[in-house]
Design a protein around this ligand. Sequence first.
Ligand code: PRP
Ligand code: URA
Length: 672
Amino acid sequence: MEETSTSKKMILDVNEKPSIAKWIILAFQHVFAMFGATILVPILVNTQAKAEVLTIPVALVTAGIGTLIYILCTRGKSPVFLGSSFAFIAPIALGYSKGGLGGAMTGVMIVGLIYIIVSFIIRLIGKNWLDKVLPPVVIGPMIMIIGLGLASSAVGQIGISSDAKSIEWKGVAVALITFLTTAFVMVKGKGFIKIIPFLVGIVVGYVASICFGLVDFTAVKEAAWFSLPSFKIPFVSYNPNWLVALTIAPVALVTMAEHIGDHTALGTIIGKDLLKKPGLENTLLGDGLATLVAGLLGGPANTTYGENTSVVGMTKVASIWVIGLAAIFAIILGFLGKFTAIVSSIPNPVLGGVSLLLYGFIAVNGLKVLIENKMDFGKNKNIIVASSMLVLGLGGAALTIGTKDVSLTFSGMSLAAIVGIVLNLLLPNEKEEVKKDDDKLRQEKQEIINEETKRDGGDFKKMDNVIELNHPLIEHKLGIMRCKKTGTKEFRELANEIGTFLCYKAMEDIELDDVEIETPICKMKTKKLNEDKYAFVPILRAGMGILDGVISVIPNAKIGHIGMYRDDKNNHKPVNYFFKVPKNIEEKEVFILDPMLATGGSAIDAIELLKDKGVKKIKFLCIIAAPEGLKRVTQKHPDVKIYCAHIDEKLNEDAYIVPGLGDAGDRIYGTK
Ligand code: PRP
Ligand code: URA
């Protein structure tokens, strides 16, 4: 998967723990935000199967247990709440109609097992094959189909679908009140209220429903305060039916795409590549184990939630603590008979009012995957893949293969996924043809990119977190460094000199300690730098070329090393070969050193490695930066200030900076 970029800063980041009161309220909001979908899956499955296959309490408990399993498997690095997926509504009902509870539940277990197997394959041979099978052009439309496929469900809940015999105006009014309240809180809310829009929307909508007389409390009165959810256990409640379960198995493909898509979308929102860390092998394992356990207890299959992405995106709360507590609440709530009865009494229009926002957000996330991956819809291959998926996925297509007794039905989403994957693998790559056949077109394209880059580049001069040294002497020294005739000795000396200047600039905002000293004349209060608070981390090799200059400013700062080289034969992506940093690095402000910031790949990975070690304050010091790289780094790590001597014009086709100074490492060490 491509590296994603962050678009928003989180109010609470993944490992941040809120104060107790906020923690409880945020967890409630999270669990409530998942409610619409979690409780709807059992309702819709039962409606479709015309029997009680699933129950709301079991769905809540298995969602909670599943989320905790997922958090353990991903070591608390991915803020995902697992819940019952819409992708399973039709398959579970189908499994039930063909093989009773055994068919439905064994199917859920099989899907979990497939995830687990795939997670181990990824562990063994990597995930490159998955990138090929499920690229962004397939995942983007998949997420859109999931979101848009739910659109009619939201409209139906509101009661304004075109096939409604009559419109229940009270219901529409309640949906509108819920929707407007949620939207208003999102746009105009202040402080904490702003991050609980769904909770506020649902409560206001529910109160409005009571006022309109739309809530039936009979079931609430009759319900016990505590009741054991009706778990369905294999060999106790039913006998597993593996053959029928196979009809559900293909859904694993769809939900795996949903899994990747949700993690990609969530990663985009929180500014972390979750498929890299904690890694797809761990997220899939968590999801698979959760689904297996859900199947064993009689719950719907667990899956990563589009709604979760929506809530994190809208509230900007990505705290794993909040999600963990939400999971515990879900489990507890599943045992509260009165509560589940109240939840069941929330009228559909309230859920519809909230879903109007949530489901659209899922679809928009699909669009975002395409945009963030710069999907080129000028290419016919991409048009064919995406458009056929959208039409099949949203058009209600279904294809049954097999005999009368044993058959597999691929419908809507599964069919779209299979068609998209196959088309993408089979259709020839146009890029190759362009390369061979139309050099001129390529050149024109490059010129357009260069123009765009120049435009974007201009913006960096105004950005707070990119600081360019504007000094005639630096300009002069840089000119000497750029000149290809300049030898190794002079190049190295100038690199260090500029390094010193960069360090002064980067330390403009530091805080000094108050100390008292005695001059030859008198005592005085002055300021002192606590050198222990700082560390320098050069990226090998070229970063070492400015270390001497920088360390001359703070001689007692600790030094770490990150070894990285760009894989220039393939994709210019950085390959990390060494990482050693001082003890307690997380307590220090760290300055990463590298003379060149080109595509930004090395900078992004180096920053990530340090953040993983718990480092909170990072600055990046470089001599020359390219606009393309600055754009990527600032989007991915908006909290990191970049200090550079000069922002150059662009990158060339080999990802070298133009005009640049060539390969900094080679010039410092004279290796070419
Ligand atoms: C150079 C440079 C950066 C990186 C920048 O190192 O010193 O580390 O390339 O490129 P990027 O922004 O596109 O990631 P290189 O990989 O050539 O290794 P070296 O320092 O050993 O020469
Ligand atoms: N690395 C370098 O050393 N120079 C460039 O121009 C790009 C990457």
